[in-house]
Structure formats: structure tokens, C-alpha cells
Design a protein around this ligand. Structure first.
Ligand code: S3P
Length: 170
């Protein structure tokens, strides 16, 4: 079985994914890091030099690869990029890959966790709190509908979130 963590930037997908992997022995793949590694370029550079669509196509290509039955990919925790579930094709591919777990967090929590971050191109312009709220309003329902399981993470440590996931889906 594979598990895919989705949710807004700063919700803890990467940290929780690492916790899950260390508790279960599953392989952890962070989609953003994998794309950066393959491309030899930071996401912020990709957005700047090649545009967002270029990055979005790489996200879909990565998912197609993992969804491909011949790939033989099992025993994986995939930490998705925050925008990945927004494309319908990606959601279909994710469901084919494994169970989708939405790590939900309030705007206050996200704002706090994303303070000072300069690696996320979508948060570099304008008022950060406003950007978070606008994007969240566009994304929340999509995350929620796509997910097999939803966990409220605001009051939990990454380890506690991992334990909850283990309890419910593993
Ligand atoms: C994005 C989220 C980022 C990264 C890119 C775009 C988004 O991933 O994929 O900056 O559209 O929400 P994280 O959610 O891991 O920060």
C-alpha cells in the first residue's frame, strides 16, 4: 500500500511523512524535493525562469510514473506539493497510487509555520496572510473531497499526526 499526504503549504506533509516512514519502514518521497533533484533546479527558480505551468507538468509526470502499474511502486509515503491535488488528472492518479490523507491546519497555524519562508514562490508577493486565505478558500474543499482521511493537525506534533494516521489507515 502507498500513502499520499496532501494539504496546504506549511501543514507538515514533509515532516509527518518522515515520521510515518521511520515508524513503518515505508519509503518516503517528497514530491517537491524529487522534482528539484531530477530537474537540478529549485522550485523557485523553475517558477521564475520557466513559469508555473512547467512545474505543474513535472508534478503530473511524477504522479503518472508512480501510478504506472509497471513501475511496481509499493510501500511508499508520498508527500505531495500543496498545489498538486488541484488538477483533476492528478487526483485520479493519486487515487490510483494509494490512500490520500489530508493534513488540515488553520490559517493561523499555517501563517506561523510559514513565517520567514522564502522557498515558496506563491507566497512571495503581496500580504502573506491574505495569500494564504485566498489560496485556502480555493483549495480546502478540493483537498477535503479528494481525501480518504482528514486529520486536524493544529494541536498535534508531527509524531502525533503520524500515530493518528497509523491508527486509522495502516
Ligand atoms: C505549492 C506548494 C509547494 C510547492 C510549490 C507550489 C502550492 O509545496 O510545490 O511551491 O501550489 O501550494 P509544499 O506544499 O510542500 O510547500
Amino acid at each position: 500500500m502507498n500513502y499520499i499526504l496532501i494539504g496546504f503549504m506549511g501543514c507538515g506533509k514533509t515532516t509527518v511523512g518522515a515520521e510515518l516512514a521511520s515508524r513503518t519502514g515505508l519509503n518516503m518521497i517528497d514530491a517537491d524535493q524529487e522534482i528539484e533533484r531530477r530537474q537540478g533546479e529549485k522550485i523557485s527558480e523553475m517558477f521564475e525562469k520557466r513559469g508555473e505551468d512547467f512545474f505543474r507538468n513535472l508534478e503530473t509526470r511524477l504522479l503518472r510514473e508512480y501510478a504506472d502499474a509497471d513501475h511496481g511502486c509499493t510501500g511508499l509515503v508520498l508527500s505531495a506539493g500543496g498545489g498538486m491535488p488541484m488538477k483533476e488528472e492528478n487526483r485520479i492518479l493519486m487515487h490510483r497510487i494509494g490512500k490520500i490523507i489530508y493534513l488540515r491546519a488553520e490559517a493561523d497555524t499555517l501563517e506561523m509555520r510559514l513565517k520567514g519562508d522564502s522557498s515558496r514562490p506563491l507566497l512571495q508577493k503581496g500580504d502573506r496572510r491574505e495569500r494564504i486565505e485566498t489560496l485556502m478558500s480555493q483549495r480546502q474543499a478540493v483537498y477535503q473531497t479528494a481525501a480518504d482521511l482528514c486529520i486536524d493537525t493544529d494541536q498535534l506534533t508531527p509524531g502525533q499526526v503520524a500515530e493518528k494516521i497509523l491508527l486509522h489507515v495502516m
